[in-house]
Design a protein around this ligand. Sequence first.
Ligand code: FDA
Length: 312
Amino acid sequence: MLRRALLFLSEREGLKNRLLRMRAARAVADRFVAGEGLDEALEATQQLNDDGFRVTLDLLGESVTDRDEAERATAAYERSVVRIAGCDVSATISLKLTQLGLDLDVDACVANLDRIVTTAAAHDSFVRIDMEGSNHTQATLDVFHRVRETHANVGVVIQSHLHRTERDVDALIEADAAVRLCKGAYKEPVSVAYQRKADIDANFVHLMRRLLDAADGRVMEGGVPPVAIATHDEKMVEATRSFVESHAVEIDRFEFQMLYGVRRELQTQLREGGYHVRIYVPYGTEWYPYFMRRMAERPANLWFVTRAILGG
Ligand code: FDA
């Protein structure tokens, strides 16, 4: 119930404007967001690389409403790819297609993505397309498949809470796609998504096994393995470890992925256990919807906000 309320609020502009003005809320967001600018994100990346983690950088932003904004986001991503390559850090990038204008003009969005992926290829890097709400799933996969035809250094995300994902996995395996599997962070209706955690988890384990089975013999593109298992759920992590061990899946065929600031001890434990772990590091000024989705995943996080606000 609280989760659904928080996800509902993640789309409300009024609350967004109030929270953006509140310094205490900003301070709490810092736990999940590396900073407002690329310099701060690169500092966080450096620290994570030094600690043995891989990184993917996300310039926060989604659902742009005009082409200029989409153009600015595209140019900013190209600049970040070039900056990353010019520094002594290692990071891929993650982006959302509605940030590149998916809702405005699909062909222009494809062209924007193509520019970023081409720049990334020139710098031996990789671009991951995050998955948004189910009203964008088909369009996101269509754009992915179009760009994948000419570029290998692009991957996509699928969500185990959607009923359709099993079929999407067939097509992605067929296309030799690099896939990040997650549970899904958006509020979805019963008609398209499982609602019970047990069902979402069971589908996650099933899809994890299918993806890892299909990863055998596949190569990395831009330093990225064919499969990414994105979760902080110890049961999902254990299921993955157990499958990998019993099926002798090579360590380089997959990586675990976790969000910046979430379950740091689990991140370290996996890395020390010899697994590849990539941290998803968001940065930028547009932190509100991202932050609210993190609150929805663990309403106990709300305590940090309340404490910060009461503490001034
Ligand atoms: P679950 O929600 O069951 O949580 C398991 C445990 O992890 C919790 O009990 C808690 O201890 C801890 N935990 C989880 N979330 C937490 C939080 N926010 N703060 C503190 N503790 C937390 N979604 C999507 O729709 N599209 C996408 O592209 C992506 N991309 C993505 C990348 C990466 C690297 C990750 C890790 C996740 C995503 N997600 C995503 C988000 C994903 O769909 C999902 O909402 C969250 O990962 C939470 O689900 P868990 O698998 O962690 O399990």
